[in-house]
Design a protein around this ligand. Structure first.
Ligand code: IVH
Length: 669
């Protein structure tokens, strides 16, 4: 084959495999085979520079730096959207449209995710990407074509020919897992971390060296058409056609038969928010039919036919008043920020974690700083970083403590060197944290024994350690005499303590407060060892064989079990009558030998129910994908686990397929 034909062949092959891998999740060749094709194309293009075309996939790795960005005038301005912050405002939007269109009856809407990134305009000439431009001020943006060519989901050539000029608009964003990795690497190198994926994506698109953009692994989601003949008659039709041309958009979008359905779908999307692999800051509600859109018209600000419904922001700025140290149940000393109260994600936050002292130093946060606070879902609020321009003069770097703030013992550095730890097992802060954890909802769930009560009982020496909870009944007279603890509430508390004795084994293992053993790991341990006698004999080999338990956790548990104080804690609890309930035995062997991972949002059944079923039928349910995984069941919003499964060629099913694969008589949901 002559070089020209070979280059053309390789260009098409590589483009096809990129599409199969990223857009269709169905790779046909291994990563290394792909790398070989790509390298051959690179080599040939280097040897015959004349053969390089603007749509060559080799542009995806970036090109050497340019001096600056040229400006680009948008033929059709890139406007913004009106915002709605309440469901009432959405109802008003719907009423306004009814009036403007002089229509009764339900209007059809298209509900789309509001991607949290930066908007980008892509102009194709005769199907080949010519110009990519940022939004800029809406009328004029910057040309970032070389950068855009490195972004996933931007076809360099449309999959079907479209003659003439054709403009597509959408959002460039960074996936959450890519962001976490990028920030971890930056922190490792002592560089300032990004506050959020949007900033990292925006910074990525403005790199003069497109190889740096490529390294940010950005993704493009298409949402509208600009210049060019319209290819669709409605928004739902447009997204479908854009997919056929090689663009991506989220599958979570939906057509809604009226505003009531929009409101219901918004609730669903809100509940999916944390499971999505990328950030969204709301949803966009669009009138679906283009004919009706044209009739509704525009204002100077933006279209009348669309509105953005904004979700509660997950980040906010506030003042960090002071940094104090908190001692956890395993003795780890954590810096905590005391904040000027601020609403984040719909909740008022006054404290946020600063993780550990090394991290605090990397994040360069000081008392008095204006800081970015972040809270997503149920996660503990954290301080992301400081706004350095607003740093008050004379502020000082925080010093890690040398001694325990509670018992004054000299602190020691952990083996990993990251955490500071109070080595004193009798440290009152550790004891109270252990007891609070033991009684907490996901552990032994002892109602009436919360943080305040534990502190009070410790001060009054009614309890002294975890096991002593089970002797509280001997002190019922003292308890009744305490203010605010009438006879009834004492009786309730003692009953709750008694009731906790027969909690399932997994809760008991979680309650022990072993480092790295969260409720999920505790469940895995309980399923494997089945009773406390077997668990307490476990060694490293037995522990590492448990699905989902890695070397760090296995050795932490082994060390914990080797400590005589912990063995006598277990003895004390068993002696006091605690008898953890064994998990149910398998009822069959349908899933024997299988290790199944459920990921994404499951809508037809709960993850717990599915995992229970797999286990009760002899299989294993794991939380992470490895080469041993036999099946991944993925719902909407599945991200890195699904990607990993594809990388490892592990079979993937959606919920429907999984339900369909079950033998008759087996039901879920
Ligand atoms: S449609 C006339 N759809 O939100 C503007 N915009 O506040 C029509 N955005 O500048 C835009 N996701 O950057 C549209 N699914 C989506 C979007 C979306 C994010 C951004 C876009 C726009 C801003 C408007």
């Amino acid at each position: 084959m002559n070089p020209q034909d070979r280059v053309e062949f390789l260009r098409n092959e590589v483009t096809r495999h990129i599409d199969l891998y990223f857009a269709q999740n169905a790779p046909e060749i291994s990563d290394s085979e792909y790398d070989r094709l790509f390298q051959e194309l690179l080599d040939l293009e280097k040897q015959f520079p004349d053969l390089v075309t603007p749509d060559s996939p080799t542009h995806r790795i970036g090109a050497p730096p340019t001096k600056g960005f040229e400006s680009h005038k948008h033929q059709i301005p890139m406007l913004s959207l009106d915002n709605a912050f309440s469901l009432d405002e959405l109802n008003s939007f719907d009423e306004r449209l009814h009036r403007a269109l002089e229509l009764d009856g339900d209007l059809e809407y298209f509900l789309e995710l509001k991607y949290d990134g930066l908007s980008l305009s892509l102009t194709y000439e005769d199907s080949v990407l010519k110009t990519a431009a940022t939004r800029g001020d809406g009328r004029e943006g910057e040309v970032v074509t070389a950068n855009a060519k490195t972004v996933r989901g931007i076809p360099l050539r449309l999959k079907h020919p479209i003659p003439g000029t054709f403009e597509v608009r959408g959002e460039v964003l960074m996936y959450k897992d890519v962001f976490e990795k990028l920030n971890a690497e930056r922190a490792e190198r002592g560089e300032q971390v990004f506050a959020n994926p949007r900033n990292a994506a925006a910074g990525g698109m403005r790199q003069l060296d497109s190889r740096l953009t490529a390294a940010r692994k950005l993704t493009f989601m298409a949402y509208s058409q600009g210049v060019g003949e319209s290819i669709a008659s409605s928004q739902s039709d447009l997204l479908q056609k854009l997919r056929e041309l090689g663009f991506q958009s989220s599958e979570i979008s939906s057509r809604c038969g009226g505003i009531q359905e929009v409101l219901r779908q918004i609730e669903r999307i809100q509940s999916l928010r944390d499971t999505l692999p990328f950030g969204i800051d709301g949803v966009v509600v669009k009138l679906n039919e283009f004919a009706l859109q044209r009739q509704a018209g525009m204002t100077t600000r933006g279209p009348r036919w669309a509105i953005a419904y904004k979700f509660a922001a997950e980040q906010a700025f506030t003042r960090l008043n002071s940094i104090f140290s908190q001692v956890g149940r395993t003795g780890v000393v954590t810096p905590v920020a005391d904040l000027e109260p601020v609403v984040v994600g719909g909740v008022t936050v006054t404290r946020a974690t600063l993780h550990n002292y090394e991290d605090l130093e990397r994040r360069n946060v000081r008392e008095g700083d204006t800081v970015i606070v972040q809270r997503a879902g149920d996660v503990i609020p954290e301080v992301v970083g400081a706004v350095l321009e607003k740093r008050p003069s004379g502020s000082v770097e925080p010093n890690p403590p040398k001694n325990c703030p509670e018992c004054d013992s000299p602190l020691v550095k952990d083996a990993g060197g990251v955490f500071l730890r109070c080595p004193n097992k009798a440290c009152p802060a550790q004891i109270s944290a252990k007891i609070i954890h033991f009684a907490s909802r996901l552990a032994m769930d002892i109602e009436g024994l919360g943080e305040k009560q534990v502190q009070r009982f410790l001060e009054l020496e009614l309890i002294r350690d975890v096991a002593s909870i089970y002797s509280l009944h001997l002190r019922s007279k003292d308890l009744i005499e305490l203010d605010r603890m009438g006879e009834q509430s004492v009786a309730n508390l003692l009953q709750a303590i008694e009731g906790s004795k027969s909690r399932p084994l997994d809760r008991f293992l979680f309650a022990l407060g072993i480092r790295f053993v969260g409720d999920r790991t505790a469940r895995d341990l309980a399923r494997t060892f089945r009773n406390i006698g077997e668990f307490r004999k476990a060694n490293y080999e037995a522990l590492i064989a448990v699905p989902d338990i890695g070397p760090r956790t296995a050795s932490e548990i082994e060390q914990w079990l080797e400590d005589p104080a912990n063995q006598s804690l277990i003895d004390g609890l068993l002696g006091a009558g605690v008898a953890p309930a064994e998990p149910d035995s398998p009822r069959g062997d349908y899933f024997a030998g299988q290790i199944i991972v459920f990921t994404g949002k499951l809508e037809r059944f709960s993850r717990d129910a599915a995992e229970e079923m797999v286990i009760s039928l002899g299989g294993k349910a794991a939380g992470s994908v490895s080469k041993n995984t036999t099946l991944v069941v993925a719902g909407p919003g599945a991200g890195s686990k699904l990607a990993k499964a594809q990388e490892l060629n592990i079979p993937v099913m959606d919920e429907e397929q999984f339900l369909g694969s079950l033998p008759e008589g087996l039901q879920l949901g």
